[in-house]
Write a protein that binds this ligand. Structure first.
Ligand SMILES: [Zn+2]
Length: 279
């Protein structure tokens, strides 16, 4: 799912020159500040956050959105400028178009990385921003830290004209999704797919195929989605990560995740093709 085919956003790390009217992604404790204009939610525009009466704890330049500079900021103490509201990031993402969601995702992850890497992980010295690349470095031991991205895989396992969907203990009854898990050190993505499937539901898979990927800023995942075919084993949910797992026919799906997530795109794409083939 790429935003670079006809890019409204061009990434950058340094904004040279005087402050000019810019687009701002402003965060405080997992919420983002938006302008509420009727039903529509817009991003705040200003040259300097002081214009909105906000005191930034940190600011990062992101690049340009339709030629306009875009910044990510975290503010120290929350106040709400007139006409604006603080909105939960997860629900907010469903209200924006996909290219803007990607930039909001980037903005959230960069500011979170900046906040959590103020000190060197090796020697404890306060780190400094490097101007020429997206990194913080330690003036004492020279350790450099870049925004960390945690890869996770998602897999939709098929068996004939059925898909394997699973429910976590924390999910509502009847809300199912594809399997997912974080990549461990030393693993290929295919290794993770095979391991997670076996660990979580006791099933072996074959013919693992790439489907697509999505940045998932809660707080810094990259979700890489696959399809795979059932190769054997008896379904046996592990009871920890997965409470219930079942095979579903494409026309008898349970409640599945909402449209903003790759899990939904994956399930929709695979089941739509199954239905076409059944006709
Ligand atoms: Zn250090």
């Amino acid at each position: 799912m790429s935003v670079f085919t006809n890019p409204p956003f061009m990434p950058g790390v340094r904004h040279a020159g005087e402050p000019v009217p810019s687009l701002w992604f402003i965060f405080h404790e997992g919420r983002m500040l938006v302008v509420a204009q009727g039903e529509e939610l817009l991003l705040p525009r200003c040259s300097d956050l002081n214009e909105l009466g906000l005191e930034p704890a940190r600011v990062q330049y992101l690049g340009t959105w339709h030629g306009e500079p875009a910044f990510s900021a975290e503010i120290a103490a929350p106040s709400t400028p007139p006409g604006m509201i603080w909105h939960g990031l997860r629900t907010l993402l469903g209200r924006f178009d996909t290219p803007l969601v990607a930039v909001a995702s980037r903005a959230a992850q960069i500011i979170e990385w900046d906040r959590t890497h103020q000190f060197c992980g090796r020697c404890g010295t306060p780190t400094v921003i490097r101007g020429e690349e997206r990194a913080r470095s330690c003036p004492s031991c020279r350790l450099r830290v870049y925004p960390r991205i945690n890869p996770a895989v998602m897999v939709l396992v098929t068996r004939g004209a059925e898909v394997l969907l699973a429910r976590k203990p924390s999910s509502p009854k009847n809300r199912f999704s594809a399997l997912a898990g974080f990549v461990e050190a030393g693993e290929s993505l295919e290794d993770t797919v095979a391991r997670e499937t076996l660990e979580e539901v006791g099933v072996h898979v074959k013919n693992i195929r790439y489907f697509g990927s999505q940045s998932w800023p809660f707080p810094n995942s990259l979700m890489i989605a696959f399809t795979a075919e059932y190769a054997g084993g008896e379904m046996r949910p592990d009871g920890v990560e997965i409470e219930e797992a079942r095979w579903f026919a494409p026309d008898q799906l349970p409640t599945i995740p909402e449209g903003i997530s790759i899990s939904r795109w994956l399930i929709d794409s695979v089941t739509a093709e199954m239905l076409r083939n059944l006709r």
